[in-house]
Design a protein around this ligand. Sequence first.
Ligand SMILES: [Fe+2]
Ligand SMILES: [Fe+2]
Length: 267
Amino acid sequence: MTRLIHLTDLHFGSERADLVQPLHDAVVVARPDLVIVSGDLTHRARAGQFRRAMAFLGGLGLPFVTLPGNHDIPLFNLPARFLATFGGWQRHVSPDLSPAREAGAALIFSANTADPYRWRGGQLRDDDLRRIFAGLKARNPGMVPILACHHPLKVPPGFQRGETHGATSALPALIRDGLQVVLTGHLHHWEIGLGITEATPQPLLMVQTGTALCDRPGERDHGFSVLDLGQDTIAVTPWIAAEGSAAFRPATKRRFLRRDGLWYLAG
Ligand SMILES: [Fe+2]
Ligand SMILES: [Fe+2]
């Protein structure tokens, strides 16, 4: 079995300070093969915020891979926003804005969807897509291809913003070339298996994980997702610190079964 943790929207600089140590402890106890962190490490892309986010991630003592979110590029400093968009990220996090990794049976691609010209929405870039298509074509068929990016590739019902430019046209080709799972954040909202019901299996298992730590008014159900990959199965368990609590606990696990290129709800 391969265990992944999907962590997103840490928002250091506007984080729930009381949840930082419990989050560390819960992630470490889960013993994942890899932690995937889909952006918004910081609230305002400041050096100190990047440093604290990286101290947190490094302090887990676990392999992790991460990519930028819209909060990881400068907002108010317009010259920096447009001329050195990912300068802070590349200085403090990694020169690579869309890294790929392998962990057990998981083949992870990422896309950098943060775009200085769109604040809430994202952009799926051609160079990322080219790399993902090449990786999908070259993959070992026993691996499960997973794409992680900050902005959702499909927006759940009830959300008017947060769409990713280029996703609608790219999704059919990504599915055709074998992509199986998409991990996204940004909405600070949970949606596990978007569109998959008992009556409607889907080619993509989309996991939209809520914010891990953001302290903005109205934020609830902080947490992360644990994905357990088996033979043609994935079980997704949200670990949530419910309102008023500073402890992360497993919530209802959802199991998905892959058959003939589609994900079925298995309970
Ligand atoms: Fe966020
Ligand atoms: Fe975001």
